[in-house]
Design a protein around this ligand. Structure first.
Ligand SMILES: Nc1ncnc2c1ncn2[C@@H]1O[C@H](COP(=O)(O)OP(=O)(O)OP(=O)(O)O)[C@@H](O)[C@H]1O
Ligand SMILES: [Mg+2]
Length: 333
């Protein structure tokens, strides 16, 4: 078979030490639904990169193949401090690959699994970096469509004011179109169901506001340890995204200032028209609500919160010291 190559037998350990398109594979750093990511050495420039290899069975699938090729072009087109830079993409011996900056650290999925819910200051600092990357993509007419903790890489920052540097990756599902549905031509849903916006589910046109929704789901999980909706099966979860009210953040984090509930409710609104216009508008409002500082415009009022169905609640309670732990302990993966 032409695509069953000696480069990729399906067992990752078989590739360690091998050379692919001028990169020497050093070790596996992670795998997702359609690819395996390795740390590798670019032998031409003698630098470490992250090398993403498409699973061979997917390389034979035209839909996945196109999406993978598209990812590299889209990501390479945006130059932003919080978007992982793409160095090269191509195909060798039937294997599709993409070489990008190796981000030493861990993704937000691992971080949450290890640390549990984060302090509000840490959560908003991470969210602001992701939001700026997303808004930059939206300014290019691109919608990420797969914002989730596994696509948010957290590296060590420069100083105590910037304890971590966050990168958004995986633009494989980004489409330079405002009218594509969330389904592939083979009927598979694109992306993880925990973070998917109602309009992606129903196949309505999507724009940057679907990333606002997904980012809000990520923020909810960052602060509570759980995405807003958890159901026993996929159909129930899709239903919940479309019709159920998300639980108030303060029901799981009672020490948070009550106005954060209104901010999350607005970012998670079922209709894109009822959400924040941009990701930064959402996260800025969240930070202002959490600290009681009024941002540009105004912080959500009781009227705003009644409009989005959030009940009145007593005033803010300070976070206990236990929540104020550092997000990034400085250890590389
Ligand atoms: N540039 C990078 N530097 C370091 N590690 C990376 C890099 N890109 C991805 N990774 C790691 O590889 C893992 C797998 O990435 P991949 O995009 O294949 O899967 P995923 O995002 O978890 O799932 P999905 O396939 O649904 O997007 C990531 O979760 C991350 O830990
Ligand atoms: Mg990914």
């Amino acid at each position: 078979m032409p695509h069953d190559t000696s480069l990729y037998s399906g067992r990752p350990s078989d590739l360690i030490g091998k050379q692919i398109a001028g990169y020497r594979i050093e070790r596996e750093v992670g795998r997702g639904g359609m690819a395996v990511v390795y740390r590798a050495k670019d032998l031409r420039l003698d630098r470490t990169v992250a090398l993403k290899l498409l699973a061979p069975e997917l390389a034979r699938n035209d839909t996945f193949r196109k999406r993978f090729t598209h990812e590299s072009r889209v990501a390479a087109a945006i130059d932003h401090p919080h978007i992982v830079p793409v160095f090269e993409a191509g195909e060798t011996d039937g294997v599709l690959y993409i070489a990008m900056r190796y981000v030493a650290g861990r993704d937000l999925r691992h971080l949450l699994d290890r640390e549990g819910p984060l302090a509000i200051a840490d959560a908003t600092r991470i969210a602001i970096q992701v939001a700026s990357a997303l808004d930059a993509a939206h300014d290019h007419g691109l919608v990420h469509r797969d914002v989730k903790p596994g696509n948010i890489l957290v590296a060590a920052g420069t100083d105590s004011d910037h304890p971590e540097h966050v990168y958004l990756t995986d633009f494989g599902l980004t489409k330079k179109s405002l009218s594509l549905t969330g389904f592939t031509t083979v009927g598979q849903f694109v992306g993880t169901l925990d973070y998917v916006a109602p309009e992606q589910i129903s196949g309505r046109p999507v724009d940057g506001r679907c990333d606002v929704y997904s980012l809000a789901c990520v923020v909810h999980e960052t602060l509570t340890g759980r995405p807003p909706f958890q159901r026993d099966d996929d159909m129930a979860l899709l239903w919940a995204h479309q019709y159920d009210q998300p639980p108030a953040l303060t029901s799981q984090r009672p020490e948070l200032a009550e106005p954060v509930d209104g901010v999350l409710a607005k970012a998670l609104a079922k209709s894109p028209d009822d959400r924040y216009e941009s990701c930064l508008a959402f996260v800025t409002a969240l930070r202002a609500a959490a600290t009681g500082v009024v941002a540009a415009g105004h912080a959500p009022t009781q009227v705003d919160m009644r409009a989005v169905g959030v009940p009145r609640h007593p005033g803010p309670v300070p976070e206990p010291p236990g929540w104020a732990r550092p997000v990034f302990p400085g250890s590389a993966r």
